[in-house]
Design a protein. Structure first.
Length: 199
């Protein structure tokens, strides 16, 4: 082969290979411990990513349940709760160190210290307390204290209604002419007023 002027024969014998392409410059990735790499909890104050709640599949919102109706004023449990509240108020009014028992309270209030067997049987009738106290979790027998509180209330209620009827008959002579039906209507009205008073 002819050699061009100025070019040595040795250099012309060296084969020519294409130059290898240089590898791309490696990108420095932050490590876990790098201060530039921080795990950010979604929806946190420092997060730029806000996840929107999708209404798809969301259970329907139920209306707020209505609060349970308070028991009627003649409900045995409501009667006992009022008895306990009155007794607690009496306990609180006594001097420190004085004897505070249910018997002492009943004696101070002029309540019977005991009732006979017939009275207990009467208050357990289905028209009165019924045999057992029933709740959503089951039923149980009434305690003697609960029965005594009911008997106290029943006696006081009878006396209160009798006094009210007697006063109405004295102040309103027309009540006598209208008879027993009008008296019972008056008692029913009083019962509703007592419900409103104790609710």
């Amino acid at each position: 082969l002819a050699v061009a002027p100025g070019v040595s024969a040795v250099s012309s014998a060296v084969p020519c290979f294409p130059l290898a392409q240089s590898s791309p410059t490696a990108v420095e990735l932050p490590t876990v411990n790098d201060s530039r790499c921080q795990m950010v909890r979604p929806n946190s104050p420092t997060s730029n990513l806000q996840l929107s709640e999708s209404p798809v599949g969301e259970p329907p919102r139920l209306p707020n349940p209505q609060p349970p109706m308070p028991p009627k004023y003649d409900n045995p449990q409501a009667i006992y709760e009022r008895y306990v509240a009155a007794r607690s108020a009496w306990y609180a009014a006594q001097a420190a160190g004085s004897i505070k028992t249910n018997q002492q309270y009943r004696r101070a209030m002029g309540l019977p210290l005991r009732y006979d067997k017939k009275s207990y049987e009467w208050c357990l009738d289905y028209k009165q307390m019924s045999r057992r106290f029933t709740t959503s979790s089951g039923s149980r027998e009434w305690t003697k204290e609960e029965m005594m509180a009911y008997l106290d209330w029943s006696k006081a209620e009878d006396e209160r209604i009798e006094a009210q009827v007697a006063m109405e008959m004295r102040t309103n002579p027309s009540t006598r002419r209208r008879g027993v039906t009008e008296i019972w209507k008056s008692i029913e009205t009083d019962s509703r007023q007592q419900d409103a008073l104790h609710s």
